[in-house]
Structure formats: C-alpha cells, structure tokens
Design a protein around this ligand. Structure first.
Ligand SMILES: C[S@@+](CC[C@H](N)C(=O)[O-])C[C@H]1O[C@@H](n2cnc3c(N)ncnc32)[C@H](O)[C@@H]1O
Length: 223
C-alpha cells in the first residue's frame, strides 16, 4: 500500500472518517480505540479536538515502540499505548481494562489499513472480541480489500512490481472479502455503510482529479 502511486482509500479514510469519528464522539462515544494506528497522527488530532474523550492506540510492538519514542508527551490519563501482536491471540480484555478502558462506555473502534494484513480467522476473532468490549451504540470504522473476481486480493491497478515489493517486505495481503460476505464476517457488528473509490470521489470534490486506488473499501458498522 505504501508504494501505490494512487491515492489509497485507506489514506483518504483518515480524512473522511474524521467526520464519522466526530459524529460518534458527539453522539456519546467517550472512548476511541485505534487498531494498527501505525504512524498516523489521527489519534492525536482527535485527542486535541476532544480532550475529554479517552484514546487507546493498539499496535504491533515493533511499530509502536518507534511511535512512542518519537512522540511529544500526551496526557497519560487520556491517551494510552497498548502493544499487542494481534496474530498472537485474541485482544486481551484485561490488558485494555488495566489501561483504564471501560467496556460499559460507548466506544468508537478504528482499523484503517490493518485487516488486510491479518488472516481471516484473526479478523473474525477481532470482530467478536471488540464486540464483547463494546456497549450498545458503539461503532467500528475499518477498511478492507475487496476481493477481485478471480479471488485475488490486491489493488485494481496494482502492478507486478508492487506485488513483488509487498511479498519481499513480508507484507502480502492475507485477507479480503466481497461486500456480501462481509456482512457475515463482521457479525456481531452490523454493517451500515461502505465507501469505495467512487463514493470518496463524490464525497470529496477536492479529489476530483486525483487518481484513487480501487480495491480498498471503508466500512462503517455498529452494535
Ligand atoms: C499499513 S499500516 C496502517 C497504519 C495506519 N492505520 C494508516 O492507515 O496509516 C498497518 C499497521 O498495522 C499494524 N499491524 C500489522 N500486523 C499487525 C499485527 N499482527 N498486530 C498488530 N498490529 C499489526 C502495523 O504495525 C501498522 O501499524
């Protein structure tokens, strides 16, 4: 994804999803969990705008340690870093709770540019575990790779060079789905809306001339 020359919906999602994030916070979500946050500043931007909400960034230890080292101090009461390898097992409820997470508070979950790197059983497990940590009215915004008609999981315009690069870096896409399969896979979350490259173009007139990578879709779901 990093080497795509087009604008990736995942990257657009960071801007687009600011709107649902804000809406959700306004509508009563007081907790925001960003899974696979990487070096994206989204959490900090939201933290500045909603200083009373509480944030958790969950990421692979190998990625997160660089971010934690590079960051200016953020309020430790409100912003928590939790290092977890999601492939190693289900998201541990106790670890989150130990870090001040309250499953009875309404939560907004975000996973942008993450799920395609996890095997299908881990994606399913993440959906069910996050549900057990979420009270009614919680929401989940995530991106997924839409499976191509030949079953391949890649950007529509992805060159052989990008295929090779992702394999070489050990970052091949492991999971993708169709929109109809997604409804079952996301359960117990209820899919409310998907945005693809065409929706993004309509929603963001500023992208009118920019090429948008086709294949990664943003999904909003709720409990
Ligand atoms: C392509 S980056 C996306 C970063 C950010 N969300 C964005 O949209 O710019 C993928 C992220 O997924 C995380 N990730 C990949 N596999 C993971 C795993 N097994 N456990 C936890 N995080 C993982 C990486 O550490 C990285 O932060």
């Amino acid at each position: 994804m990093c080497c795509e020359k087009n604008v990736s919906p995942g990257l657009c999602a960071q801007h687009l999803s600011m709107e649902p994030h804000k809406l959700s916070l306004i509508n009563g979500a007081t907790q925001v969990v960003i899974l696979g946050a990487g070096f994206d500043p989204l959490g900090f931007e939201l933290h500045q705008e909603f200083p009373s909400a509480r944030f958790w960034e969950i990421d692979h230890p190998a990625t997160q340690r660089h971010k934690v080292r590079a960051l200016p101090k953020v309020g430790a009461e409100q912003f928590h870093f939790v290092a977890v390898d999601l492939n190693a097992g289900p998201l541990d409820k106790e670890t989150l709770i130990k870090n001040s997470f309250d499953p009875t508070d309404r939560t907004f979950w975000i996973a942008e540019g993450l799920l395609m790197y996890l095997p299908p059983d881990i994606v399913s497990l993440l959906m069910s575990t996050s549900k057990t940590l979420s009270t009614s009215g919680s929401q989940f915004a995530f991106t997924f790779m839409e499976k191509q008609s030949d079953g391949r999981i890649r950007f529509d315009s992805q060159s052989k060079l990008v295929d090779w690069w992702l394999r070489r870096r050990g970052e091949p896409f492991l999971w993708g789905t169709t929109r109809s399969e997604l409804v079952d896979l996301a359960r117990p979350w209820r899919v409310t809306r998907c945005f693809d490259h065409n929706d993004l173009r309509e929603l963001r007139s500023g992208l009118a001339d920019a090429p948008i990578a086709k294949g990664e879709v943003i999904c909003l779901a709720e409990i």
